[in-house]
Design a protein around this ligand. Structure first.
Ligand code: GLN
Length: 509
């Protein structure tokens, strides 16, 4: 096999199965790629060369004995730094967790290990997953491999950039309001937010428990499906984990890749377009819809009137849950402890630690959330937001009574410049306009690259949403769209990434 870092995970799996390559070879190739480009991209907070190579050697030994644990056994992966990894630092992009090494694995991580995927390292993110650009990471931003002066999306910009820069064939992200899908859109990668409860949250450091969901970050829909099959399914350690048998998402993606959309009814969401949407993004979106029609889909317009309140609802519910979750970072239990001069009380140590350990965005949300939950304001803010959340779920129910999937652009713009929105929280929040409704309702969604959407040649994403528990539909439609585009482009979109081939590599050599 040649070009190991350019191959999809599915191709690497085939190469391993055919004995054309070893896990050690391909893990080493990715570690070398990280060495070459990550100085410029900064997708990783921690690289575990020795651990990954040891896992790869174990995988090769298993395969030699005919005991491979599944197709992805031996294919390396990167993991967002919000998931607990036994023996590997887990910071959530925050100073307050600097130096914390979890004594246990998140269930998602345990499943990766059980399936034999070597873990390359932990990826950068906005602090505690709050943000849309990774600029809120306490360890410095990640850069978009398409243009190093631009953001890779957030909060999971590290996972998306690692995959887009060919540093990892696969990555895990988490999506509370869009942190898998929006980075996918702006880096030309595929990102999936599964149905809430479809992937265990055990060991995922909570941002907002009722919204968080881990999922795949990849370069193709099939790779995402294969990874979802590994990490998904019931986990008794997560009380919100759904107890049911899930279909094979790999099969759903393979079925979709014929590109045939006949019999599929697609709803275009009226509210997720219009003012504030970049013209090029809307043009690419329309083109994708036209492709689906040509492939046999029936397309109708669907109104979801409550979606216009989704952002406001989210920014009450999320800070409320986050402020309560972050109370545990108290200088006593984890990571950082700052002790003021003199003979400080426990409360003074906590205050000094939280002051030094949390960044501005985290503090902003703790204040917002504490306020929204305070007695006297609870009903007016948090209670009201929960009611709107129900209305948003009802909009989805009504829409899905008529259509199989709903679609929209994933993000309103292509990647913006680093620093451009850093001092304007509202502008930053608006990036998740189209992704947030799915989290509020718990439904699954995918972002699939759908071309270059501006004069700088930056990518955009097409979002497909399905009813809860019907994740296979996002794989089927996502794979169909990907196949239709592959015919047009003559290959994957990422091959068109300019900075990646030149600047990113040149800068560090
Ligand atoms: N950008 C959104 C926020 O800042 C989404 C975050 C996420 O999905 N983790 O809250």
């Amino acid at each position: 096999m040649s070009n190991l870092t350019r191959s999809t995970a599915a191709a690497l799996a085939d190469g391993l199965a055919a004995g054309e390559v070893t896990s050690v070879e391909l893990t080493e190739a990715h570690l070398d790629r990280i060495d070459a480009v990550d100085g410029a991209v900064h997708a990783f907070l921690h690289v575990d060369r020795d651990g990954a190579l040891a896992d790869a050697a174990d995988s090769d030994a298993r395969r030699a004995r005919g005991e491979a644990r599944g197709p992805l056994d031996g294919v390396p992966i990167a993991v967002k730094d919000v998931l607990a990894t036994r023996g590997l630092p887990t910071t959530c992009g925050s100073k307050i967790l600097e130096g914390w090494v979890p004594p246990y694995d998140a269930t998602v991580v345990a499943r990766l290990r059980e399936a034999g995927l070597p873990i390359l390292g932990k990826t950068n993110m906005d602090e505690f997953a709050m943000g849309s650009s990774t600029e809120h990471s306490a360890y410095g931003p990640t850069r978009n491999p398409w243009d190093l002066d631009r953001i890779p999306g957030g909060s999971g910009g590290g996972s998306a950039a690692a995959v887009a820069a060919f540093e990892a064939p696969l990555a895990i992200g988490t999506d509370t309001g869009g942190s898998i899908r929006q980075p996918g859109a702006v880096t030309g990668t595929v990102g999936v937010k599964p149905t809430y409860g479809g992937v265990s949250r055990y060991g995922l450091v909570a941002l907002a428990n009722s919204l968080d969901q881990a999922g795949p970050v990849t370069r193709t829909v099939l790779d995402a499906a294969m990874l979802h099959d590994v990490i998904g399914g019931h986990d008794p350690r997560d009380s919100t984990s759904i107890q049911q048998e899930w279909p094979s998402f790999t099969e759903a993606a393979r079925a979709g890749s014929t590109g045939d959309m006949s019999g599929v009814k697609v709803g275009v969401i009226t509210e997720l377009a219009g003012e504030g949407w970049q013209a090029g993004v809307m043009a690419r979106f329309q083109e994708s819809v036209d492709l689906l029609v040509k492939a046999g889909a029936e397309v109708v317009e669907v109104s979801c009137p409550s979606f216009v309140h989704a952002l406001a609802t989210y920014y009450l519910i999320l800070p409320a849950e986050a402020s309560s979750n972050l109370a545990k970072f108290d200088a006593m239990r984890y990571g950082l402890r700052v002790t003021p001069e003199g003979n400080p009380s426990a409360e003074e140590v906590m205050r000094a630690t939280r002051d030094a350990g949390f960044g501005d965005e985290v503090k902003r949300r703790i204040i917002l959330g504490t306020y929204a939950l305070s007695s006297g304001y609870y009903d007016a803010y948090y209670g009201q937001a929960q009611k709107i959340r129900t209305l948003i779920s009802r909009d989805f129910d009504a829409a899905f009574a008529d259509v199989d999937v709903l679609v929209s652009p994933t993000a309103p713009t292509t990647a913006f410049k680093l620093g451009e929105k850093l001092d304007d929280p509202m502008a930053m929040y608006l990036n998740d306009l189209a992704t947030i409704p799915a989290n509020l309702a718990g439904v699954p969604g995918i972002s699939v690259p759908n071309g270059l959407a501006d004069e700088d040649g930056l990518p955009s994403g097409f979002q497909v949403l399905a009813p809860a528990l019907a994740d296979e539909r996002v794989y089927r439609v996502g794979a169909a769209l990907e196949a239709l585009y592959a015919d047009q482009w003559g290959g994957p979109l990422l091959d068109k990434a300019p900075a990646l081939a030149g600047a990113a590599t040149a800068e560090v050599k």
